[in-house]
Design a protein. Sequence first.
Length: 189
Amino acid sequence: MKLEKSPLDGCFFVHMEPRSDERGWFKRTFDRAAFQEFGLSSGIDHTALSFNTKAKTLRGLHFQASPIMDEKLVQCVQGAIFDVVVDIRPNSQTLGCWFSVELKSTSHIALFIGRGFAHGFLTLRNDTLVSYHMTHEYDLALSRGIRWNDPDLAIKWPRSPAVIAKHDEKWPNLAHVSLLDLGLAGDVE
């Protein structure tokens, strides 16, 4: 397993190295020592799967508010997604900057998303399955989001979403998100 810095400090591409033989392949999806080597959290509190029936399904941009902003390891295990990460750390020099990556089941690449980032994705294929490993348990009371088409962010989605949850359509633009939610009162950089 190799970790590679992403365009935003605090997020990493995780290159999994499958070992193949006549049966198929086997790969590690998490390695505590490799994560600790980069100073990353190695405590996974919960895991989840997101199954998306249709291509062009949009989820996000989500984050868990302070005081328990989480870190997550995201991997597409079936299908493909256009994955987006937005820096929402109030004191960051890259606040409001974003990057995207196509994650697909055949690439053996995952994305580690640090604290203080919003995350979302658009499915590129039908029947897409996404795996999450998170450092904190989900807390509905702290569930927040940013509008996926915030004009200030100007994310270049490859397609318009065809399926989007009503709550994802109603998130505010980043400029209108509470600074307390973003961890200004906490220890987020």
